[in-house]
Each structure stands twice: as C-alpha cells, then as structure tokens.
Design a protein around this ligand. Structure first.
Ligand SMILES: *Cc1c(COP(=O)(O)O)cnc(C)c1O
Length: 470
C-alpha cells in the first residue's frame, strides 16, 4: 500500500472498541474478557512498528525515506501527481505515514498531524462556528486556557465555561453549563497538574442526551494511546501533543488529531491545509520513529511512575502523592475502568496485583511538606536534583520535573490556583526511563538537603501526627 493510500484508511485499528461492546462502562475485569487483540488484525505493539513503515516499493527500504520536495509533478493540469501529492502543505509521504500509524494506534479512521499540539487545539476550535459556546474542564492545559480566554474569544466570539468535572455532582454542573450555543466539550483526563480524572463515558452520556450534535474533544497527551483510547469511551475527537510521549525523545514539536467523525475529519483536513500549521517531513519521520517504541516506553514509564509514587508516599518530606494508579487516589476505581484493555491485560499477565497499584502512564504530582504559599522550598528542592532535570515539558525518556505554580500555571491567580490545589508545594514529575533507584535516591538527597527529612530516617513526630490526622 502506498503511504498516501494508507493515510485515512486504517483497517487495522488497535484502539477500536472490543467486539463485545462498550468496554468503557463495564468494570475493570470485563475488560479482560474483551480480546486484547484488535478485533480484525494486528495488535498495538505490531502496528506501532509497522503501520506507515511498509517497505518502499521502489527500493525495498524498510524505513521510509524523507521526502523534502515541496512540489510534485503533475501530468495533467488540475490533477494531482502519481501518489495523490501536489504540494507539501496539502500532503506529504512522511506526514501520511505518520498519520496512518497514529490513526491505527487510536483505532481511528482519520488522523491529522499539525506543527504542534497547540496547533491541533487551534484547528479544532477553528472548526466550530463563530459565536459557539465551549465547556472546558476547569484545570485545562495552560496553553488551551490561553487560547480559549485570550484568542478565540476575540477572533471567533467563542465563549467558554470552565467546569469542575470531578465525578461528584458532575451531572448537575455539566447540565447547568451547557447552553443552546454549546458546540464543544473540551476534556483532559487526567488533568494537569493535579491529575484528576474525568469519567468519559458518563460525560458523553450526559452531553449526548442533551444534544447529540455537541462534540466531545479529549486531549489525550498525558496517557498516549497505549493507556487510553478516548474514541472508544465516547469522545468524538482526540488531540495529542506528540511533543510528549508519542515522540518520546524531547526533540520534536508536533501535534495530532484523530477522529472517526466524517464531519470533523473534513473540517480538520480543510483547516490543516488552509491554515497551514503543518509539521515538516523530518519531524513526521522522527515521530514515526519514536512511535515504534511507544508501547515499550509506556509500559516502562508506568512501571517507574507507580514505583516512585509508592516511594514518595512513604517519604517523610512529602505530604501528598497524586497518581491515579495509587489506591489512595480518589478516582482509582475510575482509573481501573478507563485504562485501555491492553494496558490492563499486560499488567495482569505480568502477575501484578492491580488492587495494590495500577501502572497508569508516567505523570505524577506530589506536595512537599511545606507552606503552600512559599515558593522557595519547592524551588530549592528542584535545584538540588542531579539526575532529574528541572524543565518544562514531559513524556520523554529522561525524567523532567517542574513547579507548576511558578512555571506552567503562574498565570492563574493565586486564589484560583490554591482552590485548584496548585500551591507552591505542588511538584509535577514526568517519570522517565532511568533506573528508578537513581530517581529515588536523587529525590531523597534533595529532600534531605532542603527539609532535613530522609526516606532512611524515621519521620519527625509532627509529620507522623499530621499524616494520622489527615
Ligand atoms: C504540551 C501540551 C499541549 C501543547 O502541545 P505543544 O506541542 O507544546 O503545542 C497540549 N496539551 C497538553 C496536555 C500538553 O501537555
């Protein structure tokens, strides 16, 4: 199959719903009854390696060449060239290969690659009418918040209501927020940086009962298609910042939107080629290369993250660990329900008792035992780290750490931030693939230096008492 032909046809769809129905609303264990294999073809790990990388007919090269040409010869005026290409903004072999792979991994018919995750957000928002109303999850990615409140509100007269979508009282709050002008629901699960979960099938059920034409978009960046396939949980379109886990090597900025909805697909294709925020062929090639190891990396990210979450839970310098795979997380039950059947299966097959902790992607947050209104303690701890790097971004093979209150969420007013639980004590960690013992020792030496509290020394009495009170 030529790359161009495979771009929008992804018959081997790894993330497709299980044939026995809606895995989303069933309990975790009925997930296991659903075939871990795609219903009609190759499995996720195989697709990640081969989809879009079929040997080139001309040379047999098993890795696609990078096609840098911006224009393609046409034999007849008005008719595209041999493989359907004419101008690289409209289509390019490397972009098509990448899109074919990503569509297969999400179990989608269509995938559209953009020059960044942010460009995907813009594209989706450009595909709803002027004057539309959007309902967004409250603690949405900062950049998305900025687009909704400082750009499309001006340029497209789009109004946004931000709603807390925690499961308690979700129906009332969501129903109240939806207006006759509502065209789009924008979700993230887990949210950033407090890693709260949104029950996607429940949101879908509530929204579609009010108005089936309202579209549901999910930013799936934190989970990647390995751990979560929102299209099988009721979403109409999924966006990813491929800059993060999908590429995984912290060297490409790229985004992708996937959908099974023909109307959305048509609009996104039009916006992609018309607004022109498309990725370069080399960037597409690099992300396709990164995707070959996505399942292997994600399993390892999950393993390391769960281990470090458990380690930090016992550390006397830490008062709170937020990781949806920890039994202490308020949405642990939802995490078990919403995780992809393949990620659950892999852990059960490995003999892991998921009731003791679920590997649920590589992002975790924690609160240092300090005054949440004082930025200096968190900042000092991060400065002392030697293996883990203080940096924005996430999802790479190297561990990155940040203080959301001063780095990614500083623009949120203090009161609002504290209400969302984003005090200066909160730290977000993207757990990489280093030996987890080195990560634990690094965290411990930094916490010991700044707080005088070490994992190997007994907790101070006051700390023990406070934990007992909580
Ligand atoms: C990074 C990120 C984005 C934006 O992606 P870029 O590739 O940086 O434009 C959107 N959503 C989430 C959750 C992100 O982490």
């Amino acid at each position: 199959m030529s790359p161009s032909a495979s771009a929008t046809a992804a018959p081997l769809a790894a993330g497709a719903p299980a044939p026995n129905g809606n895995g989303a609303s069933s309990a975790a264990h009925s997930h296991l009854n659903a075939s871990a294999a795609a219903s009609n073809g190759l499995r996720f790990d195989t697709l990640a390696i081969h989809k879009g990388s079929e040997p080139e007919p001309a040379t047999g090269a098993i890795i696609p060449s990078i096609t840098l040409a911006t224009a393609y010869r046409q034999s007849t005026a008005g008719i595209s060239g041999a493989d359907g290409f004419d101008y690289t903004r409209f289509g390019n072999p490397n972009r098509n290969s990448l899109e074919a792979n990503l569509a297969a991994l999400e179990g989608a018919k269509h995938a559209f690659a953009f020059s960044s995750g942010t460009a995907v957000t813009t594209a989706i928002l450009s595909s709803i009418p002027n004057g539309s109303h959007v309902v967004s999850v409250a603690d949405v990615y900062g950049g998305t918040h900025k687009i909704l409140t400082q750009i499309v509100n001006e340029t497209n007269a789009i109004k946004t209501t931000f709603v807390d979508l925690d499961s308690n009282g979700l129906k009332e709050r969501l129903t109240k927020a939806i207006t006759p002008e509502t065209k789009l629901i924008w979700l993230e699960t887990p949210t950033n940086p407090t890693l709260r979960l949104v029950d996607l099938p429940l949101v879908s059920q509530i929204v579609k009962a009010i108005d089936p034409s309202i579209k549901i978009a999910v930013d799936g960046t934190f989970m990647s298609p390995y751990y979560q396939n929102p299209l099988s949980l009721g979403a109409d379109v999924v966006s990813h910042s491929a800059t993060k886990f999908l590429n995984g090597h912290t060297d490409v900025l790229l985004g992708v939107a996937v959908t099974n909805d023909e109307t959305i697909a048509k609009k996104l294709k039009f916006v992609q080629s018309s607004l022109g925020a498309v990725p370069s062929p080399f960037d597409c090639w690099l992300v396709l290369r990164g995707l070959k190891t996505l399942p292997v990396r994600m399993r390892e990210h999950g393993r390391n993250a769960l281990r470090i979450a458990k380690y930090l839970e016992k550390h006397p310098g830490i008062k709170d660990v937020i990781y949806p795979g920890l039994p202490s997380h308020p949405s642990f039950a939802l995490a078990k329900k919403q995780i992809s059947p393949r990620a659950l299966r892999a852990q059960v097959d490995d003999g892991i008792d998921i009731e003791q902790g679920l590997q649920y992607s590589g992002m975790l947050s924690f609160r240092i035992d300090c005054d949440p209104t004082d930025p200096s303690v968190g900042s000092d701890v991060l400065k002392e780290l030697n293996v883990i790097t203080l940096a924005l971004s996430l999802g790479g093979v190297e561990s990155l750490i940040e203080q959301p209150s001063t780095m990614t969420h500083w623009m949120v007013p203090l009161e609002e931030r504290l209400a969302l639980g984003i005090g200066h004590d909160l730290i977000r960690l993207s757990v990489g693939l280093e030996d987890p013992r080195d990560l634990e020792e690094d965290l411990d030496q930094a916490l010991t230096k700044v707080l005088g509290k070490s994992a190997t020394q007994p907790a101070a009495e006051t700390n023990k008492k406070r934990k007992a009170d909580a």
